[in-house]
Design a protein around this ligand. Sequence first.
Ligand code: 3H9
Length: 718
Amino acid sequence: MVDYSVNGSVAVLMVNNPPVNALGHAVRVGLKTGIERGAKDSRVRSIIIIGKGQTFPAGADIREFGKPSKEPWLTAVGNLIKTCSKPVVAAIHGTCLGGGLEIALFSHYRIAVSSARVGFPEVTLGLLPGAGGSQRLSRLTGLPVAMEMISSGRHVPARKAKEYGIIDEIVSGDLLKTALKFAQEVQSRPFKDRCLRYKVVPNADRVEEYASAALTQVKKKYKGFEAPVACVQAVRSSAELSYEEGMKRERDLFLQLGQSGQAKAQQYAFFAERAVTKWQMPGGSYKTAKPLPVRSTAVIGAGTMGSGIAVCLLSAGLPVYLLEQNEKFLQSGVKLIESIMAGSVKLGKVSMETAKRAATLLKPTLSYDDIKDVDLVIEAVFENLDIKKEVFSKLDKICKPSAILCTNTSTIDINRISSATSRPEKVVGTHFFAPAYHMKLLENIYGTKTSPEAVATVMKLGKTINKVPVLVKSCHGFLANRMNAPFSSEAIFLVEEGASPQEVDQVNEDFGMPMGPFKVRDLSGIDISWRINREVAKVLGTSITKETRFLGGNRYCGLNDDFYDKGRYGRKTGKGWYLYEKVGGKTAVADPEAEEIINSYRQSRGIVKRKITPQEIFERQFYSAINEGFRILEEGICNMPEEIDISWIYGFSYPKYRGGPMFYASQIGLQRVYDRICHYHETCPYSIHWVPNRLLKKLAENNVPFTQWANHVSKSKM
Ligand code: 3H9
């Protein structure tokens, strides 16, 4: 795991633990013995630590977390480096993260290639640097930078790291060769003062000021997360305590965080995000299917979604034909794209260079002929089957045979859309979440005839445009919206029965959702849900009236329609479930007029308002969604619970520190979740979504651990 070799007077410790050279037990042992050997080796006058393959160690081995820890610990290895009688040089390439940066900071010198990045991303795993990083980084960079870097987990490019004082030299050419030269040069220099432990924290007397600014910032930016606050506290102690006491404080905070549910959930989310890349479908998988090259694209429809999708493609350097049916719509799409780009530059999310390049890559057009040679098309027209079929029929006639035809539908079965073409194997769903340029989830959907090649292409495209792609099988609503349906319906039923929109939103926000469901409805537009309900009714061959209490055999609440009838569409009209300071305003306040609408709705239907507890609000929304999640698993719409959890985290901003609804269910205990679902099935018998799911029942009765759920899914599918 760590190869020892001597080149002239320099010992080279080459960490060899692919893919990321994580500092697992064997690597720690290898580094310890390597340093001890180098210190004793009479030929050796300095030592290099370097990573083989793509990177310097990218951190501790996260798979070891939660298992009994085995010596030597990272701090002990670091202390050996720090006190070594010969200077130690960390030669950095790739990603020097977490424990990797700890090792580098214990070393006496740090050199890096310009493409390298360094950082302490532990916070993203619900932790903080656990081997003294919070005590030593601040001695190099000062308190504000250390507080910001450690509490954000940001990867810092090598040049910036040099500015901060983390890297001593940026080098070019072959890293090992350069490192050997550097290690020889430092042999004659005194190096004891290079040890960070003896440095003082710059401006330590201003710690109170820096810490309070950093705390205000992290509490706002990472609302609900425990680790960022602890990160600031740990760095703070580097200025307030001695080095030894600071190390102890960091250790205590690290252990506290490690035992918290948040760390467990965030580490689960880390691996879940990687697990969803290993997609499978009938006839192919990530292992067997090769993506087709995508060098040119077209987006059909320049509305909010189409323009947002175009921004994603343009930002990744892909040429985009933006196609609309008339000049007015086209120009408004172009303006929207320009303003999104300008906003992103202002926020520092996109560089000026990227924005300028994007402008040259955008090709607005009114002609289908222009897109005949593109590799991939994304249709983003109005959510109506007939209109989509018309578009796909045109695309089928015009686009080259190899082109992949994608639809940004949020609910419609892909098979119904692909039936309008002669190439259903090339048709695939790419469901973006609003705002498309911001939300990370890309729900890719395969129909019965979609080829694994088409899926591989859109899974790769997702990565290219910096999204988290999740693959699901086609059905009405797919994964995310299908689970969101009971979640969102229950919110409105709760208000129908007696809760206020504010109470429902509060429970959601206290749990960690960035916005309650009524604020979300106001943001997305009450007119939109009004229209969607009509589309659903149309598909069901019925219509919605004031008397409608059931739709497709399911409970229906017409409250949304009453708000629509009063012209209260949400933020866009300045009022909806809430009142806003202006049309398009963002500050939601309770509105007596909205309360009046709700009261008269209840009165007109003879509903007697009752007091609803926060627990009931929570369970009815989240447990109904979880029940649907198990149904989705059982039907094979997805293959593993991780796909559901990642969809919620990146599609609905579900708090990562709770892992996702399915992981959360496993933490509450499936038996309890199942019992409560049975309870609501008895008390709310008119909602199909409360019929307790069989897979959930089976897993609960057999007390199956979370990691085994997927196995039971495939068995139950067979
Ligand atoms: C830490 O260091 C604590 C210390 O301060 C204190 C201790 C006392 N461990 O992401 P990729 C796997 S906490 C185990 O697809 P990329 C990953 O699961 C750690 N496994 O590659 C995947 O496996 P598979 C602080 C790891 O090129 C494979 O490697 N460090 C680890 O897109 C490839 O990963 C971090 O938080 C790990 N540390 O991105 C860094 N890292 O193929 C976490 C990766 O089976 N890692 N794997 O699915 C990353 O951010 C990215 O992996 C990295 C490469 C940027 C390095």
